[in-house]
Write a protein that binds this ligand. Structure first.
Ligand code: OOB
Length: 539
């Protein structure tokens, strides 16, 4: 079958090597689930509220939905934007689409009109799958706005009350014979944290993704007894594949879905379902640590807490074992591919002070200076990587790809790291123009462009400011055209443009001009220092 237009494949020589090594097995995600359902049909695969789906049920629903989506006219390589909260339907929908060879485009529940319209337009999506309501927000209202902006979007499919749209429940048809995708082809499009004007889409293949999932499951020691609590947004790469829910399905274990990650919601669930492993971002880990003082008995089945998505400081990392009573694993990964884990055999020093080492002996990890020259271990530099599950290009982004990848295919992660002789990395900063808001990635240029659309804004620069809870929050420096402007007006303006809440600047500072670098660019470092000093002075 022909490859998706806009996908950059691995050079054939590398692809062949990854197959010979047994990394790329030729199995698709859909086939993996079918195999598991054949091995143990009656085991519970997913717990979602009061619902419990066995492997056989999940497998059957996937086949039925593949038939239902086909009836809507969705076929191989068609894109479908999937924006679901942590509900079981996420899995029946995704596996249904995988079986059909259609490609889910993973959106986050926090995304709003600006982001979703962009994904639908950019990926030329045929359908958009949502839940009716979640967290008090009506996604059907959002879908109406998106449809008005993107007329090429043909179908809106709703898990729950569908109103004028197609009900997901009605899409469960009698399974049909399907050719199915090839494992070397793109399985879905994942979101990039981004640093440029518009979010980029990441094409991941069945072969490469399943390799990272299998290898991750092995590193984390998952087996049939694994009970994985999914408390982060289910479509994010960390809870999806590191080893995440897919790793658990591969191991034959059980996924427990939580709608919210707060201790009140999940601690009782950990107790009743016997959760053994979960994944959190650092701010949530801190909230759990604080709550665990009173409620530790509820956590007694928990063996492993993975923390990643943003830097987990050593001062907090060392509290996990004594205060939560479970082992810690640091995870430093990216939707583009490379994932690093601390290992069970690592010393406390490595566990608390590093963000782990790469999954695969065939992950090629380089730490380089500004001129791409390799640096010795211990020195701070830019992290470049290529390997069996790291993409060679973003979807439909030739121009950007020329900058984001070296000519020999290394991905420029934008992270500043040090490497130890053991291969362990410590993340010490970022060269990319992004704010990591407790694991939520905010691309500065994207938000600046929204700010610049305001008639009273002459120039805008978004930078990170330190925050005790989230690690970083965002601060927008604004030069106005002269008319007075209040921060609340700008924030309302962004909200009305349909920008996700986590991207709205946490603070707005008006200035008359920006400090400039020698070459005349906005000096963001100076702006970061200025806001950090201001905060320190008022604390
Ligand atoms: C994960 O994926 P993304 O795509 O949301 O974000 C990737 C970026 C990295 O390039 C790095 O800047 C930052 O997030 N990051 C970390 C980190 N983990 C991710 N920075 C410091 N320390 C860490 N432990 O965030 C992601 C994907 C798979 C597994 C885990 C995280």
């Amino acid at each position: 079958m022909s490859q998706l237009t806009g996908f950059t494949p691995w050079p054939e020589q590398d692809a062949q090597r990854y197959r010979e090594l047994g990394y790329w097995t030729g199995e698709t995600l859909g086939a993996m689930l079918q195999r598991k359902a054949g091995e143990h049909p009656d085991r519970i695969a997913i717990v979602c509220g009061k619902r419990r789906w066995s492997y056989a049920e999940l497998d059957a629903k996937a086949d039925q939905l593949a038939a239902g989506f086909a009836r809507l006219g969705i076929g191989a390589q068609d894109r479908v934007v999937v924006q679901l909260p942590n509900v079981a339907e996420f899995f029946s929908v995704c596996f249904g689409l995988f079986r059909l060879g259609a490609l889910p485009v993973f959106a986050l529940p926090a995304h709003r009109r600006a982001e979703i319209s962009h994904f639908c337009r950019f990926a030329d999506a045929k359908a958009y799958v949502i839940a009716d309501l979640d967290g008090g927000f009506d996604y059907r209202t959002l879908a109406r706005e998106v449809q008005a902006e993107v007329p090429t979007l043909r179908h809106v499919v709703v898990a729950g009350e569908a109103a004028e749209f197609t009900a997901l429940a009605d899409l469960h048809d009698t399974p049909i014979e399907l050719a199915g995708p090839s494992a070397g082809g793109v399985a879905f499009l994942q979101l990039s944290g981004g640093s440029t004007g518009l979010p980029k889409l990441i094409p991941r293949t069945h072969d490469d993704y399943l390799y990272s999932v299998r290898a991750s499951a092995e590193i984390c020691g998952l087996d049939q007894d694994a009970v994985y609590l999914c408390a982060l947004p289910v479509a994010h790469n960390f809870p999806l594949s590191s080893p995440g829910t897919l790793g658990v399905l591969h191991a034959g274990g059980r996924i427990v879905l939580a709608r919210r990650p707060s201790p009140d919601e999940v601690f009782p669930l950990i107790g009743t379902e016997g959760v053994t492993i979960t994944a959190l971002v650092p701010p949530l880990a801190m909230v759990w640590l604080d709550s665990a003082r009173q409620r530790r008995p509820e956590l007694k089945t928990l063996k492993l807490l993975q923390v990643g998505g943003a830097k987990f400081g050593a001062e907090v990392a060392c509290r996990v074992l004594p205060e939560l009573g479970c082992r810690l694993q640091q995870v430093f990964g990216m939707a583009e591919g490379l994932v690093n884990y601390t290992r069970p055999e690592d010393s406390d020093e490595l566990l608390h002070h590093t963000q782990g080492r790469a999954i695969s002996p065939h992950d090629e990890v380089r730490v380089v200076d500004d001129e791409d020259r390799d640096l010795p271990d211990g020195e701070l530099g830019h992290l470049l990587t290529r390997g069996p599950y790291t993409i060679r290009g973003y979807y439909l982004a030739d121009e950007h790809n020329a900058r984001a990848f070296t000519t020999d295919g290394y991905y420029r992660t934008g992270d500043l790291v040090r490497r130890l002789p053991s291969g362990h990395l410590t993340v010490e900063g970022r060269a990319k123009d992004q704010i990591n808001r407790g694991g939520d990635k905010v691309a500065a240029e994207e938000v600046e462009n929204h700010l610049l659309a305001h008639p009273a804004v002459h120039d805008a620069a978004l930078v990170a400011m330190p925050d005790a809870y989230l690690g970083e929050r965002s601060c927008a420096f604004i030069v106005t055209r002269g008319d007075p402007l209040r921060p609340v007006e700008l924030m309302r303006f962004l909200r009305e443009r349909g920008v996700a809440q986590y991207k709205i600047p946490d603070r707005i500072e008006f200035v008359t001009e920006f400090p400039k670098t020698g070459v005349g660019k906005v000096n963001k470092r100076a702006l970061r220092e200025r806001i950090a000093e201001l905060i320190a002075a008022t604390d």
